[in-house]
Design a protein around this ligand. Sequence first.
Ligand code: PXP
Length: 239
Amino acid sequence: MATLGVNIDHIATIRQARGGRDPDPIHAAVLAELAGARGITAHLREDRRHIQDRDIYILGQTVSTHLNFEMAPTPEMLKIALDVRPYMVTIVPEKREEKTTEGGYPVREKERELSEKIATLRENHILVSLFINPDIAEMRSCARVGATHIELHTGAYANAGTANDRAAEEDELTALKNAAMAAQRLGLRINAGHGLNYQNVSPVADIDNMEELNIGHSIISRAAMVGMDNAVREMVSLI
Ligand code: PXP
């Protein structure tokens, strides 16, 4: 059965809007865990637009489920990961001009540089997931570079739903299912995320061998209305 990992980046987005201390993503992580989240995800971006170094270090010491540290594979981030020693690192592409992580990591193009970094993380007993589009060739590359997990980018599926394009939504769901089957055959464990919300999460949670769904924006948006506890519990029950 799939479990929920709550991405708390946007609690930090609200804090950074004023540059003070509130709201604190550490508090949000505790509340999410108490409400049934089985993991906490945070993305330390190169431009530090939301999560700050202090957040990642404190989360490393306080998360009692597991910490999934999202990062671009830069020397600076690798060093922080080796200091914090999260349960898992999820490698994502990063562009300064994007609002959010818009596409999967181009693993095929970067196999050599990824292999080395993944080997270093694995030697330090950190699981490594690669955030990728549901593409079979990308998945073969993920297995070659030594990743333990993939995180399937569900953005195209979510966007089709938002546009009310039911045929495209069905096609994107089929692509996710096929990708999950291929990943399973390659010995990769499967997570998914991006754009998942209270309306579209269930079919993705039902995909065979799905382990963890990483969900941020929809949960934090709902938490602003009904509180973190209610928002997380509702998502856990849908999953
Ligand atoms: N997974 C990854 C790898 C991401 O980069 C993001 C967005 O930061 C998410 C999941 C969560 O996406 P959303 O905020 O749309 O739920």
